[in-house]
Design a protein around this ligand. Structure first.
Ligand code: CP
Length: 336
């Protein structure tokens, strides 16, 4: 039987997301549990992490379980994901073996694998995550690939803690400058969870090239329709910020420029003024500010914003621990 995975919040109903958030709030009040007693999780990182790794390792420990961290290509063998490849290059084993062997050892597998940033038509297939989900016989958790569902839950929990009911709260996802083109995962995820919570969502970005992949725009439109919120795109900073209850910042590379980043850099460089600063936050309705972290200060947001009472990024980061415990406990219970 195919196990239930946690690959995307789109695979979960609003009621299921609410249940995970309620369980996370319970873990926040009462951190210790035995939901993973005798159980283990392999955390497979193809990219760097501070929050995800720490919070998953601690979360498993606090639930009586054990975490094993692997970095293929560094402390574990490099893995091949394509079928039919004559493996005479750098990869030493195939995902068909890796996922099935890990499934014999552990009860859950978490996977972080960012896009390669060369060809979006390839990256959007999310081959690494899909490969694990195809071959594993235990539940897979997305630790950030082309979406970041654990971050979504932590973000939603932090917003609910500060605002209560999120329906029709005005939510702005703003693109910000960054010296490098970054993953669209958190931006995709912000649209998914904010619309799932029934918020009135504005995607603020410098030009139409920065609008997100149509798959996630369409999911967000569906979520808005199902949950009573709305979704619009704006390139006008002042009108987007005015009256906002939440400003969520993220930088990402423009999808039409994948593989042509030298050309995109000129557009990015011309839009450094998208930085979140006090003047923009003053346009909001006492709005909250957050970011998934890590964040380059005075590039994406000013010191003044980061150090203001409006900034809930640390609460959101803490909530990673609580929501991931809820996800692990739920998947273990479902698989048992
Ligand atoms: N927000 C987040 O996923 O942080 P890390 O990259 O440090 O895990």
């Amino acid at each position: 039987m195919t196990p239930r995975h946690f690959l995307s919040t789109q695979d979960y109903s609003r009621a299921e997301i609410d249940a995970l958030l309620a369980q996370a709030a319970e873990f926040k009040r009462s951190p210790q549990g035995q939901q993973m007693a005798g159980k283990s999780i392999a955390l497979v990182f193809f990219n760097a992490s501070m929050r995800t790794r720490t919070s998953f390792e601690l979360g498993a420990f606090q639930l009586g379980g054990h975490a094993v961290v692997l970095s293929p290509g560094k402390d574990a063998w490099p893995i091949e994901f394509d079928l039919g490849t004559v493996m005479d290059g750098d990869t030493e084993e195939h995902i068909a073996e890796v996922a099935r062997v890990l499934s014999r050892y552990v009860d859950l597998i978490g996977v972080r694998a960012f896009p390669k940033f060369v060809d979006w038509s390839v990256d959007r297939q999310d081959k690494v995550l899909a490969g694990f989900a195809k071959y594993a016989t235990v539940p897979i958790i997305n630790l950030e690939t082309i979406t970041h569902p654990c971050q979504e839950l932590a973000h939603a929990l932090a917003l609910k803690e500060h605002l209560g009911d999120l329906s029709h709260k005005k939510y702005v996802l703003t693109w910000t400058y960054h010296p490098k083109p970054l993953n669209t995962a958190v931006a995709n995820s912000a649209l998914l969870i904010a619309t799932k919570m029934g918020m009135d969502v504005t995607l603020l970005c410098p030009t139409p090239d920065y609008v997100l992949d149509e798959r996630y725009m369409e999911f967000a439109r569906q979520n808005a329709e199902e949950n009573g919120g709305s979704l619009q795109v704006s390139h006008d900073i002042e009108s987007a910020y005015r009256g906002a209850h939440v400003v969520y910042a993220k930088s990402w590379g423009a999808i039409p420029y994948f593989g042509r980043w030298d050309e995109e850099k000129a557009i990015r460089d011309a839009n450094r003024h998208f930085i979140v600063d006090e003047a923009k936050m003053a346009l909001t309705d006492n709005g909250l500010f957050s970011h998934c972290l890590p964040l380059r200060r005075n590039i994406k947001a000013t010191d003044a914003v980061m150090d203001s009472p409006a900034c809930i990024a640390i609460d959101e980061a803490e909530n990673r621990l609580h929501v991931q415990k809820a996800v692990m406990a739920s998947l273990i219970a479902t698989a048992s």
